[in-house]
Design a protein around this ligand. Structure first.
Ligand SMILES: C=C1C[C@]23C[C@@]1(O)CC[C@H]2[C@@]12CC[C@H](O)[C@@](C)(C(=O)O1)[C@H]2[C@@H]3C(=O)O
Ligand SMILES: O=C(O)CCC(=O)C(=O)O
Length: 391
């Protein structure tokens, strides 16, 4: 009798992928030295070809990263019941925010991970603040209400509406988010410079200066998964399924455990892609182009598909800042790019996409499955596929 190997119950509903091997590593991960004079054009080149890059010499203090990572590790090591108490609940009315275990989003996606998803809310705290709709929510307040430009530059503090975390955790998250907002500004200004769009704050202000912008912080923990070692030695569970990020920009940090893979498209055939591993480098950050930035560049930048494969032996901890604009922000190609095209430049002069606001897109995104192509319903009819990328 042949007995078929069956995955352990803990892995039911989690899809398997081929285990990464050293040969899958992306040779020459695109890297940009953010302190270099030519950084803006390097950023644009990487976002066009790959949809992501590794930011080095970024100016973020290692202590800021270490303090939040230590707190995240401490939180994930706490008793399961304590973590579950901060979950967003289950079912269609549940909140995506707070602590989650294996369930990603509300539409049936599963992964070998646990996480904390936090909204960064910039309302000032006051007695009249509406009660939060979920159990974990950052509320940012102005440190100095009279200096609004400082506010724009990231001088914010974060308070938790609930006391699930220690003061130390709160402070660590606060300083980390400030650093990420600073990097988001730097990169988005470089994008504007590199594309010849003025003022250079056009994109950065939507995410960093607009008081109503929609920013998230996600802390992921992928426990080691030795369960398949003997029965399926060449397979690994999916940690986080393939997806693109809906926002403008994401900034990812991970510890030294591998697992992140990105889809690299053929230069000649846009429908063809290959999954490659991005070796971890805790001294750097990965900047990822989101769907909204793809639209704002009229498809010139690519929102890159990425996923995480669980590691058999080591825990992976990642921390991601997602920079989205205000819900009412129109998501459409930057006018100057279209105007330049109309005046005879080399870019397309019509938008490839139907118009939408970030609020509309976000609503649709949160009803979709992780791996769906969320921009497809917004593509204008009879548009050619996303332009062949520049080398
Ligand atoms: C399955 C889902 C999880 C997600 C919302 C969605 O319905 C589709 C997009 C997913 C994603 C991917 C990037 C970020 O991790 C995230 C927070 C986001 O903004 O979009 C997640 C959403 C989530 O985990 O709730
Ligand atoms: O953990 C990672 O490295 C990536 C996670 C991710 O893509 C996400 O949280 O959206």
């Amino acid at each position: 009798m042949v007995v078929l190997a069956k995955p352990p119950a803990a892995l039911e509903q989690i899809s398997m992928v081929r285990s990464p091997s050293p040969g899958d590593n992306l040779a020459g991960v695109p890297a940009v030295d953010l302190s270099a004079p030519g950084a803006a054009s390097d950023v644009v080149r990487a976002c066009e070809r790959y949809g992501f890059f590794k930011a080095v010499r970024h100016g973020v203090d290692g202590g800021v990263v270490a303090r939040l990572e230590d707190e995240a590790v401490r939180f994930f090591a706490s008793p399961q019941a304590a973590k579950d108490a901060h979950g967003g609940g289950r079912g269609p009315a549940s909140s995506p925010f707070g602590y989650g275990n294996k369930r990603i989003g509300r539409n049936g996606d599963m992964g070998w991970l646990e996480y904390l998803l936090l909204a960064i809310d910039r309302d000032e705290i006051s007695d009249s603040s509406p009660a939060p709709s979920f159990s974990l929510r950052f509320v940012t307040v102005r440190r100095n209400a009279s200096t609004s430009n400082k506010f724009a530059d990231g001088y914010v503090t974060i308070e938790f509406m609930t006391s699930c975390m220690s003061r130390v955790f709160r402070d660590a998250a606060n300083e980390y988010v400030s650093a990420m907002r600073g990097m988001a500004r730097t990169v988005l200004e470089m994008v504007a410079d590199g594309l010849g769009v003025s003022p250079r704050g056009t994109l950065a202000d939507m995410v960093v200066a607009d008081k109503a912008s929609d920013q998230l912080l996600r802390l992921n923990h992928y426990p080691p998964c030795p369960l398949l070692q003997n029965i399926m030695p060449n397979c690994s569970p999916t940690g986080f399924g393939e997806h693109t990020d809906p926002q403008l920009i994401s900034i990812l940090h991970s510890n030294s455990t591998s697992g992140l893979q990105v889809a690299i498209h053929d230069d000649d055939d846009d429908n063809n892609h290959q999954w490659v591993s991005v070796p971890p480098d805790p001294s750097s950050f990965l900047v990822i182009v989101g769907d909204s930035l793809q639209v704002m560049t009229n498809g010139r930048f690519r929102s890159v598909k990425h996923r995480v494969v669980a590691n058999k032996l080591k825990s992976r901890v990642s921390m991601i800042y997602f920079g989205g604009p205000a819900l009412g922000q129109r998501i459409a190609p930057l006018r100057q790019l279209l105007q330049r095209a109309a005046a005879g430049g080399d870019e397309e002069k019509e938008s490839r996409y139907e118009e939408f606001t970030w609020g509309e897109y976000k609503k649709a995104a949160y009803l979709s499955r992780l791996g769906d192509n969320r921009l497809a319903p917004f593509l204008r009819q009879q548009q050619p596929p996303v332009a062949k990328r520049h080398a």
